[in-house]
Design a protein around this ligand. Structure first.
Ligand code: SF4
Length: 152
């Protein structure tokens, strides 16, 4: 039996983890990626994806921290592409009212943050392993951004 291309990719990823040498060709390092937001000493935020739905109300979206030397197969080389994250305030998927959000039992952000917050409607909720679960839209700030959004 011959290996399919995803098998080849997987073995290369395993090789990368095991030996620190081999990477699939389409891997982009965070430091070279146009969807990465660097902020401090080799750390940054991956802005590739919009937040998924949450299981409790008014959860704040936090974009994952990665290191400059991390990599993945969904990045875009900043030098070769104009693709960049777009801000939530300019995104058609951002649901926002002029008064912002009055959160239910949340104290993880300041009042001014909530005034400039809205809900991301980009993705339908993913099915879960448990029956009867509820889905709530995650909350983002107008200055947040991602690469799944679409400009108004
Ligand atoms: S830019 Fe749009 S899709 Fe991305 S997080 Fe903000 S509202 Fe969601």
């Amino acid at each position: 039996m011959t290996a399919c291309s995803s098998d080849v990719g997987l073995s290369a990823v395993r090789g990368s983890a095991n030996m620190g040498m081999v990477r699939p060709e389409n891997f982009v390092q965070c430091r070279d990626c146009g969807l990465w937001e660097p902020f401090d000493h080799g750390d940054g935020r991956c802005r590739r994806h919009a937040p998924s739905a949450a299981e409790t109300m008014d959860e704040v979206a936090h974009w994952p921290l990665t290191r400059a030397e991390d990599s993945c197969g969904e990045g875009v080389l900043a030098a070769n592409s104009k693709k960049r994250p777009i801000p939530c305030r300019r995104c058609i998927y951002w649901h926002h009212s002029p008064t912002g959000i009055e959160p239910v039992q949340r104290s993880d952000q300041l009042a001014d943050w909530w005034r400039r917050a809205g809900r991301c409607l980009r993705f339908a909720p993913w099915p879960s392993a448990e029956p009867g679960g509820r889905a709530f839209r995650r909350v983002s700030h107008e200055d947040d951004s991602c690469s799944d959004g679409r400009e108004t």
